[in-house]
Design a protein around this ligand. Structure first.
Ligand code: HEC
Ligand SMILES: [Cu+2]
Length: 362
């Protein structure tokens, strides 16, 4: 580029760097999303070019001076078939390509590490399985599928990480999930992309992508010593859930050991697979699904447990599965519940998360 002056060249390079048209591609899905995006962009630009070219050339070729008397043409099957079949083919390519990507993004792999994200006006609260809490920040390792389980405590929010090309709604009363695998260590933006009130524009944060070693160090440095499951165990005792779910044969409620992931027969004859969403529903609205063979005596806990508390309880119930430890490859110790006697002594309620930015340990 010797015909461009060095100063101008420098200016252009800097300009491009500071006004990037695209965020960096920092996840495994990002290049694939961009490929589809550019394909659609290319088809659109090509379509625009063809239409403009035809409009301009026809208005020159067939204007009144050259063709004073209009010639009527009655249909052309070949022409009509061409302009139907080619766009149809192009749109079907977009559709199939887009659906394949969609299913990839919304179906997390079985070995994904699950991190909870609670949206509320106006912050993102992140909870790692080991109990690490952070506000408007998300620390994750590279090279490992991460699944986010999102929920909102108030209005609709939307969790978006442009550099990963993922975005997912955080909906009140329902868990949604999205997953990604980060490829490049670095710091990236995260946004709320759903207008959610006065301070919506401040509902932003940082994603810190770290090497697995640095991530382990971060986990160890920000731990409160209590995993989500352990917090849940305390809550389970302080809310007296164990009065009915003691696991003993004469208990009034079913044993919750190995219930996660199982199929429950319900009183109305249907079957339900117990996932996070089912557990949440079972705690907050027990009368919605009654387990076969039991009477609907469980009280509703709607309005009594915060979303954070529900997450702790859900993780605790998951931890009652014998294979849970194998699934949790994090270096969190003591995820399995200890004896029930110990659980009942520790009934201190969980303090509310402080509204500070950055890492919060509780
Ligand atoms: C008064 C007794 C009682 C209390 C207290 C109670 N439960 Fe239950 N729970 C039941 C009964 C009975 C069922 C089965 C019928 C149903 O589905 O409602 C049940 C069902 C459940 C289920 C669905 C899983 C299954 O196997 O049916 C979950 C999860 C659950 N309880 C969690 C909890 C949690 C967490 C607490 C405390 C916040 C709690 N329960 C408090 C009696 C109770
Ligand atoms: Cu928001």
């Amino acid at each position: 580029m010797d015909h461009i002056s060095p100063v101008l060249w420098q200016f252009l390079v800097n300009w491009m760097k500071n006004f990037p048209l695209f965020p960096p591609e920092a996840s495994t899905i990002a290049p694939q999303m961009d490929a589809l995006y550019f394909f659609i962009l290319l088809v659109s630009v090509a379509g625009l070019a063809i239409v403009v070219l035809l409009v301009v050339s026809f208005s020159i070729l067939y204007n009144k001076k050259r063709h004073p008397v209009a010639v009527q043409i009655e249909g052309s099957t070949l022409l009509e078939a061409t302009w139907t079949i080619i766009p149809l083919g192009l749109f079907l390519i977009m559709f199939v390509w887009g659906s394949l990507l969609y299913f990839r993004i919304y179906t997390p792999p079985a070995n994904a590490m699950n991190i909870y994200v609670v949206g509320k006006q106006w912050m993102w609260k992140v909870e790692h399985p080991g109990g690490q809490h952070e506000i408007d920040a998300l620390h994750i390792p590279t090279g490992r599928p991460i699944q986010l389980t999102l929920i909102s405590q108030d209005v609709f929010h939307s969790f978006s990480i442009p550099a990963f090309r993922v975005k997912r709604e955080a909906i009140p009363g329902r868990y949604t999930t999205v997953w990604f695998e980060a490829t490049q260590p670095g710091t990236y933006h995260l946004f709320c992309t759903q207008y959610c009130g006065t301070d919506h524009s401040h509902m932003t944060g940082e994603v810190y992508v770290m090497t697995p070693e640095d991530y382990e160090k971060w986990l160890a440095g920000s731990t409160s010593g209590m995993s989500l499951a352990q917090n849940g165990e305390r809550l389970f005792a302080s809310l007296s859930c164990n009065a009915c779910h003691s696991g003993r044969p004469d208990a009034r409620g079913p044993s919750l050991a190995n219930v996660y992931g199982s199929k429950l027969r319900l009183a109305d004859g249907t079957e339900a697979t117990v996932d996070e969403a089912y557990l949440r529903q079972a705690i907050l609205n027990p009368s919605d699904h009654i387990t076969e063979g039991y009477v609907p005596i469980m009280p509703t806990y709607q309005g009594q447990i915060s979303e954070d508390g529900v997450i702790d309880l859900v993780e605790y119930i998951k931890s009652l599965n014998s294979n849970y430890r194998v699934e949790q490859t994090l270096n969190t110790t003591g995820l399995l519940p200890e004896s029930e006697g110990k659980a009942t002594t520790a009934s201190t309620p969980k303090p509310a998360a402080p509204a500070a930015k950055g890492t919060v340990t509780q």
